[in-house]
Structure formats: structure tokens, C-alpha cells
Design a protein around this ligand. Structure first.
Ligand code: ADP
Ligand code: ZN
Length: 725
């Protein structure tokens, strides 16, 4: 049949409706638009994938699109193609991958565009009674100030406005208001003259024939300046840019740098914004008003066209892997976009992931190293402190004597300090001294943490709160012991030791809500506090010139996670936190406390020896066959009912076992088991864990895991998951 037809994906994330439906449509419909269509006996939103001249759909079945939702297609041609690739790669319904490209608030229809009334003078003024002084004043005001918000004008000339309106002297017009997040951030940052190392980095990225460049530069080597210079160059060519950072790096300093340099051409997308703000920023990109998208992982889907550069800062950061379906890796998406647009992709880090660094060393990526800090400032000296000796000496506090002395000096000099430990709350676990019972969450197989401020026990997996215990639920004993130290306890102890010091705490408990960390970082940057205590949130990218001391309280803690990447993580974390010290004039110091001072990871970290760490780590991964030499693939099966969950596990396992049997030589490991945490939020968790060669049958595994839907049970696939709990 001939005419005009649209291929539509209905916005329902169910595999049964995950196909293209043809509708007849008018001239106003174009690919990438959202449309409202009849679907069965319902009305649904859909995405137009393509518009065509003929259809195979029989005329009696063909229905008409009700209406279009956008004037401008919400999804551009590149992104439509990308959505298809994502669906194929991760085996998810098209509706899910298309949703990645829209701000959530657009789909749910929860934000309205905001309008405001403005008043200006009519082109031809009617005559005004010369004795109506207020009216004359109002006209004069408009002549001088031009168009004025109606509310303001009414306030100034309460009686005159309505009279003038009646006489036809005024034109009232509604205009769309764009909410402008972080407008208060002053952008005063001037451009630096690039150092020779920065110049070289910029030139290398521009000249290399390789798509991907890894910029390996120590903390404070001036990587940000390199990115900004490259972004400016892309803009100058009339192109756009994507600048991806971990959520936590979206700091006031970052905003002011970007605003100062690029003004309104930059749009910021991040979860701290209100729904309305996020939507408006997104739309500024879509219309081309803004040309640089800055944001966390999801900004890789920003609606820009003709991209000239993509930057992934802190490329090693775990937040670049999505933890909801589709479980994409930001690098993979960025790479596809770079290829499509024929532009460069720059990865930056002081501690690149082992996998990325290997690809760079083997020549797949261009490698630039910037081994020196700006102005040849020395890296802060790291002192490794053996905490076993502190305990033997009778020091039961979380602080070594050395750290205490250095803190004292630091504060006396009027400098700032950062104290890092990777555990929030007051204690780590709550245990009965009489019987050894550890208090766990009722919905999760997880020990509870005591929080002193709210005086309650919290589950860090589901957020549930419980009353603190007066007696052990198992034996009735009353010797309840709060084991381990968290940020609350540390902040409290610091207050006792340094009563005059102003202490800020930054962890998940203190940063909730809009602009949560933004506020804390701002206070610390403005020096309204002397010590910042925090979890890994304090580690990332911040540039506080007055910080001269960093204390790392439990350097080994992350070494003992049951994860092949725990050594890498620990090295990265220590290097990042240490890098906050001594960034400006005064020389910085770092105290690294550990119960395992011989550990090679800590030794390399204390010397800033990335190369040494890498060589050691890569040879170990090769010997034990872990990524990047193989792929860790985990198929998770979770559900509230244990029987149903185990049933689904059995069925998935059978399918996977056939794949395993057919490709046995590709597998190094294949087994089903409980996940390390057996239950989270009342859901039982089982897994089929595999390690396979890079050529292994990954596609088949996806197909086997995703093809069947199980009642009340969720099945999903993770590749090299950043969290194996
Ligand atoms: P990185 O991102 O590598 O950790 P930054 O980009 O934050 O490093 O730079 C560290 C500091 O050096 C910042 O305060 C920055 O303003 C400053 N800086 C960067 N480039 C220059 C330059 N060419 N000249 C002078 N100062 C610079
Ligand atoms: Zn829980």
C-alpha cells in the first residue's frame, strides 16, 4: 500500500511488544519523534524509527498516528542507530534503549515548560491622558527599559498597567523560561598559558590517527586544561563536545571553570538538578543553543549532533558502568559515537584501569603521559604507618600518633586537612560479645551499621532503619559491641582531639538531596571548615589549594573484597585521595595507615609508582587468568520467592550449560551458586558465574539468559561487573 507510513516502537518495555509496528501518518511526522498511537485498545507513546512510502501491513489493520509530541525530533538519526545497536548488544527491548536518550521527566510528562509573561509597548501608542501621571511614568519606564516581566511592571505601576492594557498601549506576551542551574556560580576562571607538556598533549590528540587517546597524567598535572583546550578547538570548528566525569566530580570549581570558559554554550546534566532544570538543559542541547554536554555517565546519550570531541575524565571510575538494564559500559557507547562522528575520544586518569592501560601500551590507543605536576610541584610525601605497632603501644584511637602530630601542625598553620575512610555511619558492625551474634537486616543478608546522629541501626543495602539494641536478640546478653569505625565516629573523635577545629563530614548520609555534595564542597573550598572527613566521595578530582595533609585511615580495607579488582581499586583510591594534598604552594603530606605495611599495592601507591603497580598486577592477572585476559560474566537470577527463583535459575542454568558444553575450550570457569550476599531487599540472589576467553560465546549467553521471561524473577547479565557482591 502506498502513502506515508511510520515505523513505530511502542514505549512499553516488554519483549512481547518489542517490534516495529506500522502506522499511517501525515507530513508532520519524522524519524526520531515521539508520537501518540492507538495500541490494541489502549493509547501509548511511541518512537518513530523511520518514515516510508509503502507498507506491507494490510489496510484493514493499519491505524493512524493520533498526534506528534515534539516539534523537533527528540532523538537524532545517530542516536536512533545507536539505540538499535545497544538493543542488539545487550539484548534489551528497543523501548528501553531508546529511553536512555531522553530525560526521564520527558517521558513521564512530569515537567512542564515554564512560561512567564512579559510586557512591552505597542508599536503604535494610543493617546494617553496627560494627567494620568502613573500611566505616563509606566510608558516612560518601558521606553527606557524595554520589555519587562509583567509581574515586575505590575508591582511598580499597580493601577497603570491594566488601564494601559485596556487602551491598547501594551503588548503582553508569554515566553518560555529556561531554568538555569548553578547560575550563582561565578565563572571567573581565566585561561592558562599551556605548559609544554599540555601543548604536547593537545597536539598529540589532534594529530594521532587513532580514535582513542589515553591521557595518563598524575593528579594535578593539568589534564582539565588539556580537555578544555580541545573542547574549545572543537567548538571553533563549529562542532559539539561531550565531557563525561564521575558524578562526584561535578563540583563548584568544575562548574565555574566551564561557565567561565564557555558561558551559555555549556549544558550541565546531573542528578543534583531538579527535574525541570535537567529537562531544560537537555533541550538547550537538542536545539543547538548549548554545544557542550557535561555530565556523568548518562550524558553520553546527550542529544548533540556533529560531535567534535568526547572526553571521559577519571576513566577508571566504577560509575561508568551502568547498574540497570541495559548494563552498558560508557566507553563502548562513547566509542561508537566517536566512530560515527569521526571524532577523537580522550580518556584521562592518574590511575587508568588495568585494561585501558594495557590497550594503550599495546598500541590500540594513543598514550600520552604527563608525569609531573603543574609548576613541578612535588607529589605529596607518603608515610606508611603500621597500625599494629600503634595498637601494641596502647593507642586505641583510629589515628596514629604521627597523624595526630601532623594534624596539629597543619591546623596551627591554618591549613586544611582531609581524613579519608571508606565506611560511613558510626560503627561497621554491631556484635554481641557474649555469643558473637552479628545483627543483620531483616530484608538483606547484611550486617547493620550503627548511626549515632539518628541513634539507629541502618542497612546500607536497602536503607531500612532499626532501633538500637539493648540486649542481644539471640542470647539476651547485654554486652553489645560496636565494632569498626565509620565516618561519624571519626568526626566525633576529631572534635574531641581538636575542639577548635571546624569539621565537615561528607558521605552518603550528609549529601542527600539536591546539591548535596555541592554544598559541602563549597563550604570546604570557601574554608569555612578545617577538616573534611569522608568516604571515597572526598577522593575524586577536587582541587582545594589549602589542603596540605591527607590521612588515609584504613588503606587495607578495600584490599580484602572478594573481587579480582580489589588491588586495582585500592591503588586508585589511595592515589586519588593522596592527590588532594599539596596542590598549591605548600608541600603536601599523606599519612597512610595500614595493618599490612608489606602489601605490594600499598608500597607502589606510596611511591606513586603506577608503572610498577601495573606490571605486577598484569602479570598476576595473566597467571591467574582474570580480565583483561578473560571476561568475567555473571548471570544473576533474583526474586522474592525462593522456589520461583531457584526454578528460574535451574532453567537458565540448563540453557547456559548447553552453551558451555558446546564451547568448553572457551571457558575457564563455569558454576552456579548463591551470590556472596544471598539476599538484598527481600530478594534471593543466585548467580551463574563464568570466566571465558575474549572469543567466548558471549552473545549466546545473553540470548540464553534473556530469551525467556520468568514470573516474578529477574534475570540479567553482567560483564566484568564492578561489584561482585
Ligand atoms: P588534574 O586534572 O590533572 O588533576 P588540574 O587540571 O586540576 O589537574 O590542574 C591542577 C592545577 O593546576 C589547577 O589548579 C589548575 O588551575 C592549574 N593549572 C592547570 N594548567 C595550568 C597552566 N598551564 N598554568 C598554570 N596553572 C595551571
Ligand atoms: Zn536491608
Amino acid at each position: 500500500m502506498d502513502g506515508r507510513f511510520a515505523e513505530v516502537i511502542v514505549d512499553v518495555a516488554h519483549s512481547d511488544v518489542d517490534k516495529i509496528f506500522d502506522y499511517s501518518c501525515g507530513e508532520e511526522v519524522a524519524a526520531g519523534m515521539r508520537v501518540v498511537v492507538p495500541f490494541g485498545n489502549r493509547t501509548e507513546t511511541g518512537f518513530v524509527m523511520r518514515v516510508k512510502e509503502s507498507t506491507d501491513c494490510p489496510p484493514e489493520k493499519l491505524r493512524k498516528i493520533y498526534r506528534v509530541e515534539d516539534d523537533l525530533p527528540a532523538i537524532n538519526p545517530e542516536c536512533l542507530l545507536l539505540a538499535q545497536k545497544i538493543s542488539a548488544r545487550y539484548r534489551c527491548p528497543m523501548a528501553l534503549s531508546l529511553r536512555l536518550f531522553l530525560p526521564a521527566e520527558m517521558r513521564t510528562g512530569k515537567v512542564d515548560k515554564t512560561y512567564r509573561e512579559y510586557i512591552r509597548l505597542a508599536a503604535e501608542l494610543p493617546s494617553v491622558n496627560p494627567r494620568a501621571a502613573a500611566q505616563l511614568a509606566c510608558i516612560q519606564y518601558l521606553e527606557e527599559h524595554g520589555e519587562t516581566p509583567a509581574a515586575e511592571l505590575r508591582k511598580r505601576f499597580p493601577s497603570a498597567v491594566s488601564a494601559l492594557k485596556k487602551s491598547g498601549a501594551l503588548v503582553i506576551e508569554k515566553k518560555r523560561i529556561m531554568r538555569r542551574p548553578y547560575e550563582d556560580v561565578a565563572g571567573g576562571e581565566e585561561e592558562h598559558i599551556l605548559t609544554p607538556a599540555q601543548e604536547r598533549a593537545v597536539a598529540t590528540v589532534k594529530e594521532t590517527p587513532k580514535t582513542v587517546t589515553l591521557l595518563h597524567g598524575v593528579t594535578g598535572s593539568g589534564k582539565t586544561e588539556v580537555y578544555l583546550t580541545l573542547i574549545a578547538a572543537a567548538l571553533k570548528e563549529g562542532k559539539t563536545a561531550l565531557f563525561l566525569v564521575p558524578e562526584i566530580s561535578l563540583t563548584p570549581q568544575m562548574f565555574s571553570k566551564l561557565r567561565g570558559r564557555f558561558r551559555r554554550r555549556v549544558a550541565i546534566l546531573h542528578s543534583g538538578l531538579s527535574a525541570g532544570e535537567r529537562f531544560d538543559e537537555w533541550e538547550r542541547l537538542r536545539t543547538g543553543e548549548a554545544r557542550i554536554a557535561v555530565g556523568a555517565r548518562s550524558a553520553v546519550f546527550a542529544p548533540v549532533e556533529d560531535i567534535g570531541l568526547i572526553v571521559i575524565d577519571e576513566e577508571h571510575d566504577g560509575s561508568y558502568s551502568s547498574e540497570t538494564s541495559p548494563r552498558y559500559n560508557t566507553f563502548d557507547i562513547a566509542y561508537l559515537r566517536a566512530k560515527y562522528n569521526g571524532c577523537k575520544l580522550v580518556l584521562g586518569s592518574a590511575t587508568p584501569s588495568v585494561e585501558t592501560y594495557r590497550r594503550a601500551k599495546e598500541g590500540e590507543f594513543e598514550l600520552i603521559s604527563m608525569p609531573d605536576r603543574i609548576n613541578a610541584r612535588p607529589m605529596p610525601k607518603v608515610e606508611l604507618v603500621d597500625m599494629r605497632r600503634e595498637v601494641r603501644r596502647g593507642n586505641a584511637t583510629p589515628f596514629s600518633l604521627s597523624l595526630r602530630e601532623k594534624l596539629k601542625t597543619c591546623l596551627e598553620k591554618g591549613n586544611q586537612a582531609i581524613i579519608f575512610l571508606n565506611r560511613r555511619g558510626y560503627s561497621q558492625t554491631v556484635m554481641c560479645r557474649d555469643c558473637g551474634h552479628v545483627v543483620k537486616c531483616e530484608s538483606c543478608d547484611v550486617a547493620l551499621t550503627y548511626h549515632s546522629e539518628e541513634d539507629c541501626l541502618k542497612c546500607h543495602y536497602c536503607g531500612a532503619r532499626y532501633k538500637p539494641l539493648s540486649a542481644c536478640p539471640a542470647c539476651g546478653g547485654t554486652h553489645i559491641h560496636y565494632m569498626g569505625t565509620g565516618t561519624q565516629r571519626v568526626a566525633g573523635e576529631l572534635k574531641k582531639l581538636y575542639p577548635a577545629a571546624r569539621i565537615l563530614r561528607m558521605d552518603l548520609d550528609t549529601t542527600s538531596g539536591k546539591e548535596g555534595h555541592y554544598k559541602i564542597l563549597k563550604q570546604f573550598a570557601e574554608r569555612s571548615a578545617d577538616i573534611l572527613v569522608g568516604t571515597q566521595m572526598v577522593a575524586k578530582g577536587h582541587d582545594f589549594p589549602a589542603v596540605t595533609l591527607v590521612g588515609i585511615l584504613d588503606a587495607d580495607m578495600s584490599l580484602h573484597f572478594p573481587d579480582y579488582r580489589s588491588g586495582e581499586r585500592t591503588f586508585q583510591l589511595i592515589t586519588q585521595v593522596a592527590g588532594r594534598s599539596g596542590r598549591a604552594g605548600a608541600e603536601g603530606e599523606v599519612v597512610l595507615q595500614t595493618y599490612d605495611p608489606e602489601n605490594y599495592i600499598l608500597r607502589f601507591a606510596a611511591k606513586y609508582d603506577y608503572e610498577g603497580f601495573f606490571e605486577h598486577e598484569i602479570s598476576m592477572r595473566a597467571a591467574t587468568m582474570f580480565p583483561p585476559f578473560v571476561k568475567v560474566v555473571r548471570v544473576m537470577v533474583t526474586g522474592e520467592d525462593e522456589k520461583e527463583t531457584v526454578g528460574a535459575l535451574r532453567s537458565v542454568y540448563e540453557k547456559l550449560r548447553k552453551i558451555y558444553a558446546a564451547h568448553e575450550e572457551e571457558f575457564l570457569f563455569f558454576n552456579r551458586m548463591h551470590a556472596p550476599i544471598k539476599r538484598i531487599q527481600n530478594k534471593f540472589r543466585y548467580q551463574v558465574l563464568m570466566r571465558m576467553t575474549p572469543q567466548g560465546p558471549l552473545k549466546e549467553v545473553y540470548a540464553a539468559a534473556m530469551e525467556e521471561k520468568y514470573k516474578n524473577v529477574l534475570v540479567y547479565v553482567e560483564e566484568n561487573p564492578s561489584n561482585l557482591s
